[in-house]
Structures are given as C-alpha cells and as structure tokens.
Design a protein around this ligand. Structure first.
Ligand SMILES: [Zn+2]
Length: 69
C-alpha cells in the first residue's frame, strides 16, 4: 500500500482512513494542520480527488456498500 498524501510505502493497514491509506507521518500532520496553513489545501485536494475517483469507480462498477477498492 502507498500513502495517499506522500506516496510513501505504508505497511500498517490500521491507518486506513475512509478507504485510503495515510501513513502515520501524514496522519499526524493532518491532525495538527489548521485551515490557514498552505499545506492544508494540499491535504484537502488530495482527499477530494480521492473521493471523486472513489465515487466514480463505485458508480461505474456498482459496488455494494462496504466493498473496498
Ligand atoms: Zn504519507
């Protein structure tokens, strides 16, 4: 698995977050970012892009709720 944010390798699947993997480093960073910080936008847009892809994929494939991509 690779981290959605930094594309680093992630071994621990317990850091799955809304169906995507975010490494410990990025997760910690995300928790402490405030909306005024420039990095916040990068996180938000990464997550937004992920959600759009996921939504389209689930719509296209008609995945049932709970299915993992
Ligand atoms: Zn990361």
């Amino acid at each position: 698995m690779e981290c959605l944010i930094c594309r680093g390798a992630v071994q621990r699947e317990d850091l799955e977050f809304c169906g995507v993997i975010i490494c410990e480093h990025c997760e910690g960073k995300m928790m402490h970012l405030s909306a005024e910080e420039p990095e916040y936008e990068a996180f938000v847009s990464a997550l937004r892009g992920m959600w759009q892809r996921r939504f389209q994929a689930s719509r296209d494939r008609r995945l049932k709720d709970g299915d993992q991509l």
